[in-house]
Design a protein around this ligand. Structure first.
Ligand SMILES: Nc1ncnc2c1ncn2[C@@H]1O[C@H](COP(=O)(O)OP(=O)(O)OP(=O)(O)O)[C@@H](O)[C@H]1O
Length: 265
């Protein structure tokens, strides 16, 4: 199904994949997110930018309920994926995280072989029924993560033995293997050199054809290069959200302007 549709004005619109309404997040008494509303569009890269501590990672983690794993963290408001409330009691967070995958700042492959790193998710979610199907899925996922050619002759070698950039692409292959619909990336290039960063950025652009991608980044150049939509976070609020070129050339809010011109952050 295509995610493009025509509005009544004849303009192309992307479908809304995830919708967040009035999200507040508390760590104990500290309110880190103070009423955030945002739409995450299908087949679009959305960048979250903003100064340190403004809540980008906290909000990102709301989108696949990773905050559930933090005892003192409490989330209020409503987030839907294809119209379904992801905080509904009937939703299994483990199943949700297969649909809304995550790639972290520091590459974190399991202490297992390259093959098993990718095969683990499909195995626990029962996505394949035999070894031949698994081989196919592992290859497909490694190809999508642009890593296949570099590892195809050593699939039994430990994932932790790869370079940092390769490890991050392995983590992307792992996330992709469970057939996610949304991929969350929390500063995925911050531990990588410029060449590995360029490879991951190129990959993000390709992944957008299949998924929604949401990326937290401290690099405004990166946000401008990879994203179509940008949300600027400040002190627990989204101050401005819009088309990336507009945010970086002609923002509406003075605080966005000050941030992108390097006056704070
Ligand atoms: N696990 C946690 N326990 C308690 N407070 C937390 C936790 N994680 C984040 N916070 C607090 O929530 C606020 C927002 O932090 P968060 O990491 O989401 O911001 P950020 O914009 O992603 O920052 P950075 O760009 O530095 O990574 C901060 O005040 C932080 O101290």
């Amino acid at each position: 199904m295509t995610s493009m549709r025509m509005s009544e004005h004849g303009l192309n619109h992307r479908d809304v994949k995830m919708k967040a309404e009035d999200i507040h997040v508390f760590y104990g008494d500290n309110e880190a997110i103070k009423g955030v509303d945002v739409d995450i569009l299908d087949n679009t890269v959305t960048a979250f930018i903003g100064p340190s501590g403004c809540g980008k990672s906290t909000f990102l983690r709301c989108l696949n309920r990773m905050n559930d794993t933090i005892d003192i963290c409490r989330v209020t408001g409503r987030i839907t994926l294809d119209g379904q409330d992801i905080y509904d009691r009937r939703v299994d967070p483990v199943q949700l995280r297969a649909k809304v995958g995550m790639v972290f700042q520091k590459p974190n492959p399991f202490p297992k072989s390259i093959y098993d790193n990718v095969a683990y998710g499909p195995k626990i979610h029962g996505l394949v029924s035999n070894k031949a199907e698994m081989d196919e899925l592992v290859e497909k996922s490694l190809r999508r993560a642009a890593l296949w050619n570099e590892v195809k002759d050593r699939l039994d070698a430990p994932g932790t033995g790869l370079s940092g950039g390769q490890q991050q692409r392995l983590c992307i292959a792992r996330a992709v293997a469970t057939g996610p619909e949304v991929l969350l990336m929390d500063e995925p290039c911050s531990a990588l050199d410029p060449i590995a960063t360029a490879q991951v950025e190129e990959l993000i652009d390709e992944l957008r054809e299949s998924f929604s991608v949401v990326i937290v980044t401290h690099s405004m150049q990166q946000a401008a290069r990879v994203s179509q939509k940008t949300a600027f976070f400040h002190l627990g609020h989204i101050v401005e959200y819009g088309d990336t070129p507009k945010i970086f050339t002609n923002p509406e809010d003075q605080r966005t302007q000050d941030y992108i011109t390097g006056r704070f952050g």
